[in-house]
Design a protein around this ligand. Structure first.
Ligand SMILES: Nc1ncnc2c1ncn2[C@@H]1O[C@H](COP(=O)(O)OP(=O)(O)OP(=O)(O)O)[C@@H](O)[C@H]1O
Length: 260
């Protein structure tokens, strides 16, 4: 199996705070890779660097044959990297289908102005965008609420909409930022199945997640951070039995649990 993404000796400093120190790992094709660690371990910082929210202070990030660590986020989306946000980036006054269609504009060439004036070329693009949006809406199971405003949706449906928006650009690498946060048990199970279904379509997935049940169930490989450093990497079982990992979680707050 070849690696799709390589994180090489990445360090991130915020002033005097070292949020990540010398972290290296790879994400392999068609794998689900999880990123876990106690509060403040540096998960969000690492995730944000992989999705080009900000660059590392030191080290490199490679996607396929491209060095992406100093690219802006709008440049990595067309390369095939897409992410969801824990704090949901949906437009509340737009319908479900409109939200997904807006997400697809990054992949088309006409400007928004051209789309607004409905030039012939943009009409063709609009059809393309609509059909692609419908495909992902069906895939995540939101087809019955196409015309409902996002602002009227419960959290479970909003998380599916956020996922649909990220999937619409047909990523090779999908980054999921706490996609199960706030979901009930049944919704979390459905989300796990959906993530596995996405992987079965050939997409590599990188998840940062507090829900250990979900992580242990779906991940092929887990990276564990503690105080900014990678302390373990391996299968869910290996990581769960790793002494350093157990100690890191035992030293963490009561909210954090490694057991499943
Ligand atoms: N913009 C920033 N400026 C200064 N310090 C930061 C910034 N972002 C993160 N940090 C610090 O970097 C460290 C790692 O934070 P980070 O949010 O990446 O951890 P985390 O594992 O995602 O935590 P949590 O599970 O609580 O979300 C923390 O000490 C945090 O206070």
């Amino acid at each position: 199996m070849s690696s799709l993404l390589q994180v090489k000796n990445v360090t991130k400093r915020f002033g005097g705070v070292v949020a990540n120190r010398n972290v290296s790992f790879t994400i392999d094709e068609k794998d689900i890779t999880g990123l876990i660690g106690p509060n403040g371990a540096g998960k969000s910082t690492l995730f944000n660097m992989v999705s080009a929210v900000f660059p590392p202070s030191e080290g490199e990030i490679w996607f396929e044959n491209h060095k992406i660590d100093s690219l802006p986020s709008h440049k990595i989306a067309p390369m095939g990297i897409s992410r969801t946000f824990q704090n949901l980036q949906v437009f509340k006054k737009m319908t479900v289908i409109e939200n997904v269609m807006v997400g697809l504009h990054t992949r088309t060439t006409s400007s928004l102005a051209a789309a607004a004036f409905r030039f012939p070329r943009s009409r063709k693009e609009e059809k393309f965008i609509y059909e692609n949006a419908m495909e992902v809406v069906n895939f995540v199971g939101l087809e019955d609420i196409l015309e409902v405003d996002a602002g009227n949706l419960p959290l479970g449906k909003l998380r599916l909409l956020e996922l649909a928006r990220a999937l619409a650009t047909k990523p090779k690498l999908l980054l999921l930022d706490e996609i199960a946060a706030g979901l009930n048990h049944q919704e979390t199970l459905e989300m796990s199945d959906l993530i596995l279904k996405i992987r079965d379509q050939g997409v590599s997935i990188f998840v940062v997640e507090h829900d250990m049940d979900l992580v242990m169930k779906i991940c092929d490989k887990i990276i564990v951070l503690d105080q900014g450093e990678k302390i373990a990497e391996g299968t869910p079982k290996a990581v769960q039995n790793n002494q350093r990992v157990i100690e890191a979680y035992l030293g963490a707050s009561d909210e954090e649990e490694l057991t499943v």
